[in-house]
Write a protein of this length. Structure first.
Lengths: 116, 113
């Protein structure tokens, strides 16, 4: 069974440009999460989809970030326009069962974003 | 609110040494606790978890016990190997719906031959 995949693995862009990150969750997982780790600090929650609906987007830092999950399968996270402080590693995770705090989240390898 | 504190390292050990990485948490309610590991060039992998007080999670020789009285979930391994070199993250999942993980800052472990 394929795990969570993310594309691209690395992205280097200039300040003010736009970048779109993609996440493909494990097939059949309704829950999809985005996290990011900035400057080697702790991994912080960004938002949570249940199927195509945003369950919780309280972690999104500002309106330059837009996440979508059309059709409830893969998700994209767009940063527009990118700023220097957006540099970091963006992780995606998925889990199978909604509403269970013990359900394990499976993580992708992350996308390393560098904004110059 | 919910938070996780862990020793940030880096931690450098010789092969076969004993490993402890401390993790403490604050949480409202009754969270589940996790250790994730990130090997070089790879994503986060679940190492072990515990869902209630006094539960012991174990995997690949690593162990951690959910201690509610001390709000801790320290990771231990009796004899580390070079292949254990990685970054280790302690995390909690709140018991409310939504299960948004809260992570610690990560501890980088380097094991020397």
């Amino acid at each position: 069974e394929a795990g969570v995949t993310q594309f691209p693995s690395h992205s280097v862009i200039e300040k003010g440009q736009t970048v779109t990150l993609r996440c493909d969750p494990i097939s059949g997982h309704d829950n999809l999460y985005w996290y990011r780790r900035v400057m080697g600090k702790e991994i912080k929650f960004l938002l949570h989809f249940v199927k195509e609906s945003k369950q919780d987007e309280s972690g999104m830092p500002n309106n330059r970030f837009l996440a979508e999950r059309t059709g409830g399968t893969y998700s994209t996270l767009k940063v527009q326009p990118a700023e220097l402080e957006d540099s970091g590693v963006y992780f995606c995770a998925s889990s199978q069962v909604a509403g269970k705090s013990t359900d394990t989240q499976y993580f992708g390898p992350g996308t390393r974003l560098t904004v110059l | 609110g919910n938070s996780v504190t862990q020793m940030e390292g880096p931690v450098t050990l010789s092969e076969e040494a004993f490993l402890t990485i401390n993790c403490t948490y604050t949480a409202t309610g009754y969270p589940s606790l996790f250790w994730y590991v990130q090997y070089p060039g790879e994503g986060l992998q679940l190492l072990l978890k515990a869902t209630k007080a006094d539960d012991k999670g174990s995997n690949k020789g690593f162990e951690a016990t959910y201690r509610k009285e001390t709000t801790s979930f320290h990771l231990e391994k009796g004899s580390v190997q070079v292949s254990d070199s990685a970054v280790y993250f302690c995390a909690l999942s709140p018991d409310n719906y939504g299960q948004n993980f809260v992570f610690g800052p990560g501890t980088r472990l380097s094991v020397l031959p």
